[in-house]
Design a protein around this ligand. Sequence first.
Ligand SMILES: [Zn+2]
Length: 169
Amino acid sequence: MARSKSDISNSAIRIFLQNVGKFYDEERGFEPFGPKIAQKDELLDYFENQCCFCGEIINRKSLSQDHLIPMNKSTLGLHAWGNVVPCCQPCNNEKQQKPWRGFLEVKAGVNFQSRERKILDFVLSKNYDPSLNLHEFADNLYEDVGQVAMTLINLRYKQAQDGIKKLLK
Ligand SMILES: [Zn+2]
């Protein structure tokens, strides 16, 4: 439930990143990333049924999917192949919007380098470009959606005021 202008804009950014991710998948020749069983299995296979951060054994049921680059206004990660990695539920809950390398350092300990290598190889194997720059589009969308939403809210608010005044006469 949106509570403010920024909530509405942030929801729009998320939808935008999902749609761009689908397009980016198709352009790279992949079936768009969805919650499909075969896709989960591919993630599990690649990471040898381990949480990519802490190494905990995971399966189809306990698998949680993390966006390596978070899907938000400042980092603009996509819901797409190469940005979704398998992890355990506790790691997913804990990582949230944190940068993945720092989080991995804490979780992997002595295995940091090998797990970092594994993640980077995965990103590369999917040809995902972490520096893909969508800031101009996303920033404009954020502003536009916020303004349009506030204009519409104010319009309907005035109508509601008129309606209530009439009722109370
Ligand atoms: Zn974990």
